[in-house]
Design a protein. Sequence first.
Lengths: 228, 102
Amino acid sequence: MRTANRTAVPALVRDVAAIGVAIVAVGASFGAVGVAADLPVAAILAMSALVYAGGAQFMAVGLLAAGSPVAAVFAGLLINARHLPFGLALGGVLGRRWRDRLLGSHLITDEATAFALAQPDPAGQRRAFWLAGVGLFLAWNAGTVLGVLLASRVGDPLRLGVDAAFPAGLLALLLPALRDTQTRRVALSGAAVAVAATPFLPAGLPVLLALVGLAVLTLPGRRRERAC
Amino acid sequence: MLIAVILALALGTYAFRFSGLVLRDRLVLPDEVARLLPMAAAALLAALALTAAVTEAGAFAGFARPLGVLVGVVLAWRRAPFVAVVVAAAATTALLRLLGVP
């Protein structure tokens, strides 16, 4: 997708909406799972609004239902630790105003980061971040409300294939960056390490381990010249 | 107890998000290092996408999901619009599941 190079707002709105629909579906499933786990409605809604991190929320509800509240916190935070390097990469994008930083921080997600970094210039990055950030926050919370209201009538989102929508969307947003040789080598080797480590490590850690992909930059470049 | 769990998760997650952002401004990074930050984010996002595409709870996710993602990536590679990428990936996976592919 080279949508990334198009900074036009209507195109951006359409792209964010495509992921937003999938996020509403998963948010609804979170709301329904929360109701099924006997969590108070206020707690389910508060989680989506205050934690605002899908993977960690599902993990936390599962562990709370299993009676391990401390594990719920630690497992959730381990999954969310990747937001720190996302914040580092987004640094300049959110601007220097404290209001923007305080509010923008809360809107940092995988998708908002990917939408922002896919843009070629700082103005486009800022626009993409806020559009995706606000849009997806509303989608996630609206989905959660829907899930709580409909509870048992929410179908399994897997039947709609939304679990394939997120990786495909992220990879599509990454493609322009991957045209840079060094970025491609770092990203692909990091991703390979993460996939290989996934069966052996707790959720969250394999993704962080992808940072070792940066080590390929220290390897000497492939050289073809031979001493003759 | 429930409130404490939610607040701890919320504050901890916010702290990760906010501290990355603020650190970036406080640290005076040489260009060489600053150049690495988008690469690090790309590595994390690629890892997230690939692990989400092929694994579920630490094991193989089955064929339906990775095949759907593959269709999406091929379309993206062929410069299809983003919406088409996302919809095609989901539709492929949904169809495969309908046909009984795990």
